[in-house]
Design a protein around this ligand. Structure first.
Ligand SMILES: *[C@@H]1O[C@H](CO)[C@@H](O)[C@H](O)[C@H]1NC(C)=O
Ligand SMILES: *[C@@H]1O[C@H](CO)[C@@H](O)[C@H](O)[C@H]1NC(C)=O
Ligand SMILES: *[C@@H]1O[C@H](CO)[C@@H](O)[C@H](O)[C@H]1NC(C)=O
Ligand SMILES: *[C@@H]1O[C@H](CO)[C@@H](O)[C@H](O)[C@H]1NC(C)=O
Length: 395
């Protein structure tokens, strides 16, 4: 019998096609998040109804112990190296116990790294050792060593516990590391199998390749098209699939290089500090207006300018720097290295059941003696933006 024959002598081709099919089915199921939370099992916590993201910007990791610190006080120079960056990661992970760690690029400093893959492994190691789910994007320095941008991203997606992805499948897109993650509602509640919070990761490039345009890279039209399509599909699913939700789920965007709109603020309308210029691309590729039009992104988080750590709100979207994290990255002596935390809180019904997102808060942690928390603020509240917009529409 054919069936018996197949079992006794499985032709390799049939077997591998079968395995591929099974793998594809499994990953499609994981992507849709049916029954296992969002992407990679990400979901809100039952006890607190929270989901916490810790952003690490600009580690600039190179060769570890032999790579010295930059811009620390003279008395701090001795014995200061990449290992201080590693120690800060462990400290802040223990203090915050995040649900997801996001590395927003310049994770390694390619120029000073002997082996880019080894540097990346060492840089990310604390997240893996502490079994924290993590996602990464690339900046403008990750590819300056032994790996290309493509090579760095391929290495990242192959690392343990990562939720990073190379790029969406079957889509022509610029850059490496454009993907989205879904965060499921609390297990056992009606929103358990829906993505109640969405995360977008985009490659903001490194340097312009257009001779007439100097300076840094930008988020290209192909990436914006993918973002628009993904956002529209997520919003449609959230509001039309059972149990139907009235408003789209909020979203956060993470990338490396600031948009030109980060220059819209002064100390009167941001929280945090601006101690250097905004190093965005010299042209505006329109990603900010693309996000405003899509409507779901409530805050965008970047790195790149290590001495800026502010959040400012423009047209309903919070634009936030994280501030520099790494000790081999430029900084300011006496000004602590830092990380940004975002804590997303679900709404609870009167009967005590967790619903969709109610608010998004943020604060920063400093690498000082007490891991001081500073600049806590609410970035977004359900209702405040939405309601005002409805009134303007006359509804
Ligand atoms: C979520 O999916 C799981 C697994 O498919 C199922 O058992 C559960 O009933 C679903 N929950 C809801 C609220 O739809
Ligand atoms: C770097 O780490 C060493 C060893 O733990 C420590 O003594 C030193 O204070 C750290 N330096 C800074 C600037 O945190
Ligand atoms: C929306 O739902 C459809 C049908 O379940 C699914 O194929 C699609 O991937 C979902 N969209 C996103 C962006 O997850
Ligand atoms: C911030 O304040 C400055 C100075 O008052 C003003 O010019 C600018 O338009 C404000 N920006 C935003 C985004 O409100």
């Amino acid at each position: 019998m054919a069936r018996l024959g197949l079992r006794r002598f499985p032709p390799p081709l049939v077997l591998s096609v079968l395995l591929l099919f099974l793998a594809a089915t499994a990953s499609a199921a994981a992507g849709k998040g049916k029954g296992k939370g969002g992407s990679g099992g990400l979901r809100f916590r039952r006890e607190s109804g929270t989901f916490k993201v810790l952003q690490v910007a600009d580690m600039h990791y190179a060769d570890g112990r032999s790579t010295p610190c930059q811009d620390v006080l003279p008395a701090q120079n001795r014995g200061c190296s990449d290992l201080n960056t590693t120690a800060f990661l462990y400290r802040v992970f223990r203090a915050e116990n995040p649900d997801l760690v996001v590395f927003t690029g310049d994770n390694i400093y390619g120029l000073d790294s002997t082996d880019a893959a080894k540097s990346m492994d060492a840089a990310i190691a604390p997240a893996i050792a502490m079994k924290l789910p993590w996602a990464a994007g690339i900046g403008n320095h990750d590819q300056e060593g032994t790996l290309s941008r493509e090579g760095v991203m391929r290495h990242l997606v192959g690392m343990k516990n990562t939720l990073s992805r190379f790029n969406p499948e079957g889509v022509e897109i610029d850059g490496y590391g454009n993907y989205n993650l879904e965060v499921g509602g609390v297990e056992g509640t009606p929103l358990a199998n829906k993505s109640v919070l969405n995360l977008y990761f985009l490659d903001s490039g490194d340097y312009s390749t257009v001779p007439s345009i100097p300076g840094y890279g930008w988020i290209k039209a192909s990436q914006q098209a993918w973002f628009k399509q993904t956002s529209a599909s997520l919003q449609l699913n959230y509001t039309s699939e059972q149990p139907k939700q009235k408003e789209p789920a909020p979203a956060l965007a993470y990338f490396h290089i600031p948009l030109p709109e980060f220059s819209s603020f002064t100390a009167s309308n941001f929280t945090g500090v601006k101690q250097e210029g905004i190093s965005s691309a010299s042209i505006n590729s329109g990603f900010f207006s693309t996000m405003v039009e899509a409507g779901d992104v409530k805050a965008a988080f970047i790195g790149h300018d290590h001495l800026n750590d502010f959040c400012g709100k423009l047209t309903g979207i919070q634009l936030c720097y994280a501030g520099g994290f790494g000790y081999h990255a430029y900084g300011e002596a006496g000004w602590s290295r830092r990380a940004r935390v975002v804590s997303v809180q679900l709404e609870k019904t009167e009967s005590g059941e967790w619903q969709g997102v109610k608010s998004i808060k943020t604060w920063k942690r400093l690498d000082d003696h007490h891991l001081t928390t500073i600049d806590s603020e609410v970035l977004w509240n359900r209702g405040s933006n939405g309601r005002r917009k409805k009134n303007h529409d006359g509804s």
